[in-house]
Design a protein around this ligand. Structure first.
Ligand SMILES: [Zn+2]
Length: 359
């Protein structure tokens, strides 16, 4: 028997495509809920702006839910705030958003990382939270950071509509903007690595309902490949929506993992990516985790495990009112599934990541 892995070892092995003792449970976006905020007295919006509260709320995914990772960056707007976008910070039961009425940039000439970007309070909050988590948990649990991809930054700084229109009217200029914004993605990512992050989520919302698979290929595939070359820890790409039309391109980038949405069938998705990239996620948020019960959660988790998906968890940042019982069911089902499939193990006691059972 192989001795049990720590949560951190389990996550890092799965991201590397290596053998694990059981499938890790992870959410590379966010598992913050109002109930967890109440439990540790760390509420939005403070938990997005105060490093101590941010770390305390992030730790609950490991200490309360039994997940294998912690993720302190609950929002997608920390960088945008530091770049000068106006942020609506909202209250404890809502996510902060960028006020889109007044985009800060119009052309590639405007793209600029302010010299005090990395010392802006909404950036240092994340870096300090990662340091606090590393100090508290050592090597026990995987600490995942988050650096927004240039496509998502484009939505925030240019406005969604102007940015999408620019991509239609002037693809060359759009690529120049993306190329320049890429430096922001790298700078924040590297700062989080220096603070102690094990892996980074890269949300880059070239989502199924806004742009086509060809868009991903033309604007983002090579750019994401360059990010893999320049950021020395595993990157987990996050794109919402139906993405099977771009998964083949995503799998070509060398990214460690793709955090994928429940609109994609696990077996079909595994068929496309094969062992080129680890899939992670897929448990439906708005219907299953938010409004159904543990039984339905277990069914979806099992569907992913049966398909050989290497890391399991919610598909995206979970709704803030999600019941803890449903979230705790994810690791419980994973443990149950592995007990039931113990006979499928390799001789050394490990489960090989990938499809288990007859093909
Ligand atoms: Zn998402």
């Amino acid at each position: 028997m192989v001795s049990a892995m720590t949560s951190r070892e389990r996550v890092m092995a799965a991201l590397a495509g290596s053998a694990v003792d059981r499938t890790p449970v992870c959410n590379p976006t966010s598992v913050a809920t109002v109930e967890l905020m109440d439990l540790v007295d760390a509420h939005f919006p403070d938990a997005n702006r105060n490093p101590e509260k941010m770390a305390r709320l992030a730790a609950t995914s490991y200490t309360e839910l039994g997940f294998d990772s912690v993720m302190p960056v609950f929002t997608i707007i920390q960088e945008s705030s530091a770049l000068g976008c106006e942020i609506q910070w909202e209250a404890k039961d809502n996510w902060p958003t960028v006020r889109m009425a007044k985009p800060i940039w119009k052309t590639a000439d405007d793209v600029n990382m302010p010299s005090d970007f990395l010392t802006h309070p909404d950036i240092t909050c994340v870096l300090d939270a990662i340091r606090l988590l590393r100090r508290e948990f050592g090597d026990e649990v995987a600490i995942i950071g988050k650096t927004m991809g240039p496509w998502t930054l484009g939505y925030h700084v240019f406005g969604v509509e102007p940015f999408l229109l620019m991509s239609l009217d002037d693809p060359g200029h759009t690529k120049l903007c993306l190329e320049r914004m890429k430096q922001i993605t790298i700078a924040f990512g590297q700062a989080q690595i220096d603070a102690g992050a094990d892996a980074l989520t890269l949300p880059d919302h070239a989502t199924g309902d806004l742009v086509s698979g060809e868009y991903y290929r033309d604007f983002l595939r090579d750019l994401h490949t360059e990010l893999v070359d320049q950021i020395p820890i595993p990157l987990i790409l996050h794109i919402c929506g139906r993405t099977v039309d771009r998964m083949d391109y995503i799998a070509e980038t060398g990214l460690a993992a793709f955090h994928y949405d429940s609109k994609n069938d696990p077996a079909e998705s595994m068929e496309i990516v094969s062992d080129r990239i680890a899939l992670i996620g897929n448990i439906n948020n708005p219907e299953t985790l938010f409004s159904r019960g543990p039984e339905e959660v277990a069914t979806e988790v099992t569907r992913n495990l049966d398909a050989g998906v290497p890391l399991v968890g919610p598909e995206c940042a979970i709704p803030l009112q999600t019941a803890l019982e449903n979230l705790k069911e994810i690791p419980l089902t994973v443990q149950r599934w592995h007990r039931e499939h113990a006979g499928d193990r390799d001789a050394d006691g490990t489960v090989t990541v990938g499809r288990v059972g007859p093909d």
